[in-house]
Write a new protein. Structure first.
Length: 83
């Protein structure tokens, strides 16, 4: 009983930590996108941040894609015109 309770607590907190790391990653992406240049580049500090994050955050690949919302809307419009 105690073992299953401990296992549940570990899984619960691990998922919370993963969620918090994903939020931090997404906030960093927003920070990069709000820079004034038309095509923002990754700075060395950004690269360092993401390299440290890859060691901690196991599902980092699903959260690392940096795309502007306008780009997604344009892709959908192009897809519908082809259909």
């Amino acid at each position: 009983m105690v073992r299953s309770l401990l296992s549940f607590c570990l899984r619960f907190f691990k998922s919370r930590i993963q969620l918090q790391l994903e939020i931090v990653c997404l906030r960093k992406q927003l920070d990069i996108l709000t820079r004034t240049s038309p095509r923002p580049r990754l700075r060395p500090s950004d690269r360092f941040f993401f390299s440290v994050l890859t060691n901690i955050f196991t599902s980092w690949k699903s959260s690392l894609l940096i795309i502007k919302p306008e780009t997604v809307v344009r892709w959908h419009q192009q897809g519908f015109t082809l259909y």
